[in-house]
Design a protein around this ligand. Sequence first.
Ligand SMILES: [Zn+2]
Ligand SMILES: [Zn+2]
Length: 359
Amino acid sequence: MAPETKSNKAVVYAAPGSSKTSIQYLDVPVPSDGQILVKLTHSGVCHSDLGVCLQSWALLPFPTQQGQVGGHEGVGEVIGHGPGVTEPSIGTRVGIKWLADVCNTCPSCLENDDNTCTKQKISGYYTPGTFQQYVVTSASYATPIPDGIDSAAAAPILCAGLTVYSGLQKAGAKPGDWVVISGGGGGLGHLAVQYASRVMGLRVIAIDGSSKEALCKECGCEEFLDFMEHTDEELEDKVKKIANNGRGADAVLVVSAANKSYEQGLKLLKPQGTMVCIGMPEGTPVPIQSAYPARITTQQFRIIGSAIGNRREALEALDFAARGLVKCHYSLKKMEDLTQIFDEMTAGKLQGRVVLDLS
Ligand SMILES: [Zn+2]
Ligand SMILES: [Zn+2]
C-alpha cells in the first residue's frame, strides 16, 4: 500500500534562474513498471543542483522548470515495488545518483559510458529528484548502499565521491605519483584528497584558499598551496619544486569550477602528465589558453574530461567509504535551508558537503 497522498514533503525550485526555493506537499508517487518507491531520509546538496536551479550551465539543453524537485544524492529505503518488480527487496537501502536511469541498449551504454546515454534520466532535472521524502526510481539502476556507512554519510558519495573516484581512475596515476587536486577543500575536493592519498597511494598537493588548509591536511594532503597568496608563476614554481625534482605533477585533477584553475592546471604538469577536467565552469564557455596544440604536442600532455562515473565505480567508491578509508565532512541541514545553502555555495563559503535531513 502506498502511503496517503499529499504527504510527500518536498523542496522545489520556485523561480529557476534564482536560488528561490519553497516547501511543498506533493502526492506520494506510484512506482510503475521497473520502478521502486523509495522513502528517502537524506540527500546531499551538490554544486550541480545549484547550476540547475540558477540555470547557470550553458550546457543544459532546456530551461529548468518551475516547481522542479532537485537533488541527486539521495539515500533511503525501498518501501514499494512497481508491477512485476521484486528486487531490491522491501527494506533495502538504496541510493539515487545524478543519472536516475539509462537505457542500457544505446552505443554509449554498451561502452559502459552511462553519462552520454542519449535516453538518460537526470535526477533533479526533468525527473523529480531527491529533495523530497518519497521518490520513484529505476529498480535496476538504484545503487545498493553497503552496511557500515550511515545514510547521511553515504549520500555525498553518490555524486561527489563517485565523480572524483572515477576521475582519479582516469588519471592513470600509480602509487607514489604526485597529483595536484585543484579545489582540494571543497565538497568534491576533500573526497578527492582522501581517495587519492588513502585509497590509491598517491602523494597529494592540494590547492585552495587558506580557510581550507586544515581540512585538506586532515584529508591526507602532503602539501597545501594557497592560491590567494601566490601568483600563477609562484604556484607553478612551488608545485615543480615539490613534485618529481622540478618536473611537475604526474596528474592534475581540476575539481574547482573556476576557469582559472584549468588555465593553471597544465602549467603544473610534468611532461606526459594528465589533466583531468571535472569542475564545471558556469556562464559562457571559456577556452583554456594554455592548452594550445604545439604545447600539448611537445609536452605530450593528456587532457581528459570526466563526468560522474559508472555503476561499478559507484559501488567501489561506496565500499571504500563504508570501510572507513574515506569520510565525507558534511553538515546536516533542513529542507527549509536550501536557498541559504545555495547562496552560501555561490559565495564559496561552504566547507565540505551539506546533507539535507529529509525527515
Ligand atoms: Zn552532483
Ligand atoms: Zn543508453
